[in-house]
Each structure stands twice: as structure tokens, then as C-alpha cells.
Design a protein around this ligand. Structure first.
Ligand code: ZN
Length: 379
């Protein structure tokens, strides 16, 4: 009886509430459905390689099918992430190879405005930093873009100097780019770059100097067996390599010795003064590197002598070094045929330690450290 009463007493919801609940239920289902659909779409794009932000922007600009048909494209990803995205440029973005520049899309927009094709833009953005591309995008359109930028290490910022240099000298684009990048279109010591990458391959010459305070961090005294005087110092790595080379030479009947090695900035000042008093200003300007501009400050350069003759260039040791020095990581740094690139007159006795791999590449390609550096290391 009690149970029956309970059933009878149970309140019924009014029809209007039921209807409201139904509507809410349907709305929730639709929202859930839409949300799942949205997640699926985002998921499709992220699986293809697009970021969450890019995927969301692709969906909301109704470009999903377009993007899906193209597959992964890093430039498009960057475009859809960027506030600089311009829908009219979409077809161009996809044709431009991605480079990791902060303002890539902004710069592409500007370059398109100037009138460059996607192919031109590919060339431009791979030859300079973000800032260099931005500067370049403010120039009027350049007609013969490929003339200099077909050289892989040509720099956007040097464009005007390439044009001037090639007009003045008539050199082809390869030499023009090399010479200008090395600042050989400037006077010696003019606007010189301070060297900061203190590695085995650091490039020090009349356009790239070391700070007054620079000193190698692994300086060691050279054992008297290997040196012509007992107060010579150099980098430990270079010395170890020299010892190996000297032992190999000695086994074949040759005797090489170190006549000069590390020279501090102050040593170079003193040396210049000495030569100035002895031979005069002209001689110093021509033959003595200014303090900071001598490779000897790196601790990686040696002036090598033969124990058999005073003139190293005439020694059988020099001939042996030509064929073997690179196997121990050394290069003959200032050859006669390369005077116009190195900026130093021929010094057959001056060797530079760069490590076996680089020395071998330089030897095999028959090039200078300047060229090797520009082609492979200059960033
Ligand atoms: Zn030297």
C-alpha cells in the first residue's frame, strides 16, 4: 500500500520543462559533435606537420582542403602562424622554400610587392639573415639577381660592392664574391672585422684581427728538441701535431725545427718597432703584419726551418712539407700564387695548424684558408 502511494505521489515534470531539457540535450550533442569534428580536423593537420596555431588558422580561413592537398609545407605553416599572413599571397608562400627567419612572411610579402618571383625570393632569403633580407626588401628590384647570387656564399649586404668590384676589375662572379666577402675591395686594415670564433680554423689576416687581449687558452712551452730557441710557446694541439710531423720527417731523413711560434699582441708591437728602427716604415708596411693582424697571435702558426740549410724554400724539407704537412694538420699559409688572396707575400716557412681534415681539404683542393673559410665556415 505504501509503495503504491509513493508511485502515485511521484510528481510529473511539466511538458514545458521536458521540451527545454530536450533542446539543451540536442544543443549539447551538436556542440559535442562540432567539437569532435573540430578536433578531428585539427588532428588531420597536425599529423601532416602543421602546428596547433597554424592548424586552427587554416581551419578558420577555410583552407583545410587546400592545405591537405599540398601536404606538409613549412613556409605555409609559418604563414598561417604569422600575423603577417596575406591570403592573396598564399599561392606564392607555398612555392617558397622555408628558411628559419623570424620575419619570413613579412619579408616575403615585401619582396613580392617589389616585384620578385617566388624563385627570386628563394635566392634572396637563402643569402642573408632575417635583417639582411629586410634591408634588401627595401631596395628597388635588382635586375640580374642570379649573376652574383648563383654563388652559394654571396651575401645580400654586399650586393653593391659586388657590382662595383666586378665593374672595376672585370672579374667573374665567383672571384668577385670571394674577394668582396674577404674585404679585398677595401684597403688593408680598413673596417677590419674582429675575430671572435676562436677555433682551429679561425681566419686572421689584414682584414680580420684579434683583440689586443686575445691569448690562446692552451699555450705551452715548446720543448727545446723542436725549437731553435728555448722561449717559444704555442697551442698545445698544434705542438702535438708538430711533434708527430717532425718525427715522421725525421724517419725519412728530414730535419724541421720551429723558429717562431706564438707572438702576443705586445710581441708584435715590439717586432714592428724593431723592424721600423732597422729597415724603416716602408719595409714595415710591406712585410710586417700590424699588431692583432698576425696569425702568430693565434698560437697556431709556426715559422719552420730546416736544419740542413738557411733558406727554407731551397731545402729538401720544404719539398717534403709540400707533400706531407697536411697529413698532420698543417698548411703552407702564404704561397706566391695566392698573394692576392692572402694579402701576404710568399712565406714558404710559415705554416698554420688547422687540423687534419681541413688541411687535407685545402691541400687537395689547392686553395687558401681564406677560400676554405668563406665557402664552408663564414656565417
Ligand atoms: Zn710566420
Amino acid at each position: 500500500m505504501v509503495r503504491v502511494m509513493k508511485v502515485v505521489k511521484k510528481k510529473k515534470l511539466k511538458p514545458v520543462y521536458i521540451k527545454t531539457l530536450k533542446i539543451i540535450g540536442i544543443i549539447l550533442l551538436v556542440v559535442l559533435g562540432l567539437f569532435l569534428f573540430y578536433l578531428k580536423q585539427i588532428n588531420d593537420l597536425t599529423r601532416l606537420g602543421y602546428s596547433k596555431i597554424a592548424s586552427r588558422n587554416i581551419l578558420f580561413s577555410f583552407k583545410k582542403d587546400y592545405v591537405m592537398s599540398l601536404g606538409e609545407n613549412k613556409t605555409l605553416n609559418k604563414a598561417f602562424e604569422s600575423k603577417d599572413y596575406v591570403e592573396d599571397n598564399l599561392e606564392f608562400y607555398r612555392k617558397i622554400k622555408y628558411v628559419d627567419h623570424k620575419n619570413l612572411i613579412k619579408n616575403i610579402n615585401k619582396l613580392l610587392e617589389v616585384g620578385y618571383s617566388p624563385n627570386d625570393i628563394n635566392i634572396i632569403i637563402t643569402h642573408g639573415s632575417d635583417d639582411a633580407v629586410e634591408r634588401f626588401s627595401k631596395r628597388e628590384k635588382i635586375k640580374y639577381l642570379e649573376e652574383f647570387f648563383s654563388v652559394s656564399y654571396a651575401k645580400l649586404d654586399n650586393y653593391d660592392r659586388y657590382v662595383n668590384y666586378s665593374m672595376e676589375t672585370g672579374e667573374d662572379e665567383d672571384l668577385t664574391v670571394l674577394y668582396v666577402n674577404l674585404d679585398l675591395d677595401l684597403n688593408d686594415y680598413e673596417n677590419s672585422v674582429e675575430v671572435k670564433d676562436f677555433s682551429l680554423t679561425m681566419l686572421v689576416n689584414k682584414h680580420r684581427h684579434l683583440n689586443e687581449d686575445f691569448e690562446p687558452n692552451d699555450l705551452v712551452k715548446i720543448d727545446s728538441d723542436y725549437a731553435s730557441s728555448d722561449d717559444l710557446y704555442c697551442s698545445r694541439l698544434a705542438l702535438n701535431a708538430f711533434k708527430k710531423m717532425s718525427e715522421a720527417a725525421s724517419k725519412e731523413g728530414y730535419s724541421i725545427i720551429i723558429n717562431s711560434a706564438y707572438r702576443s699582441y705586445q710581441d708584435q708591437v715590439d717586432l714592428s718597432d724593431l723592424y721600423l728602427r732597422t729597415y724603416g716604415q716602408n719595409y714595415v708596411d710591406k712585410y710586417v703584419a700590424k699588431p692583432g693582424y698576425s696569425e702568430h697571435q693565434t698560437g697556431l702558426a709556426f715559422d719552420i726551418g730546416s736544419l740542413n740549410t738557411n733558406v727554407f724554400a731551397n731545402s729538401k724539407e720544404y719539398v717534403w712539407m709540400k707533400d706531407n704537412a697536411h697529413k698532420y694538420g698543417f698548411i703552407e699559409r702564404f704561397q706566391k700564387k695566392y698573394e692576392s688572396i692572402t694579402g701576404f707575400r710568399s712565406e714558404p716557412w710559415h705554416y698554420r695548424y688547422v687540423g687534419v681534415d681541413v688541411a687535407t681539404a685545402i691541400h687537395d683542393e689547392d686553395m687558401t684558408l681564406e677560400e676554405y673559410y668563406m665557402i664552408n665556415l663564414d656565417k
